[in-house]
Design a protein around this ligand. Sequence first.
Ligand SMILES: [Zn+2]
Ligand SMILES: [Zn+2]
Length: 205
Amino acid sequence: MRFGVVAAALVLGALPLANRTLAHHDVYFGSSYSNICDATPLSQCVANDANHFYALIELSPARLTATQRALGTLYGPNSDINVFTSNSSDLRVYEANNSVNAFAWGQCAVGATYGGSDAAHTRWCQPQQVFWQTASAAASKVNTTAKYNYIGCHEVGHTVGLRHRSGTPSTCMIPASKPPSDPTAVVPSIDYNATADYVRINDHY
Ligand SMILES: [Zn+2]
Ligand SMILES: [Zn+2]
């Protein structure tokens, strides 16, 4: 039986590389199908490589903890991404108080370097930025640890290429259904990824 397991693994390993590398580039992974990341800096890119160097810049304790959890607990050990704090060359995470009507968002830094292919949805930018909105309409609705953790999981997920999941999957990559300006908006509390999210990451990097 042991031999059978090994043989199966070899068969999987022999899949044509093109099939393996393209399979995860569905609408839930990679630079946007409608907005390529260099032309539309507010759309998400993938990371430039599997080593994710990040800096957390003057975050409140709850935002700091949620962001560190996403990088160190969710993505680092559970994917082919290697997470490092030794510099900020790939990802910089900030707070912002402005008119952006979102609980948080990611974008390419001004002057970022771009690479990858638009056709293959592998466009990347470096460094990426994530902002936590601190304006009260947004911040007041992030009122539980799970909601902070949802945002950390969601935004860091974007930085490694995950896009929004539609339907009702149990993953932090579902978007908030209403923006902060809507008084009835509720921030999701799903603070972990689906297995399929990690599969896409592992297939890419
Ligand atoms: Zn999002
Ligand atoms: Zn890929």
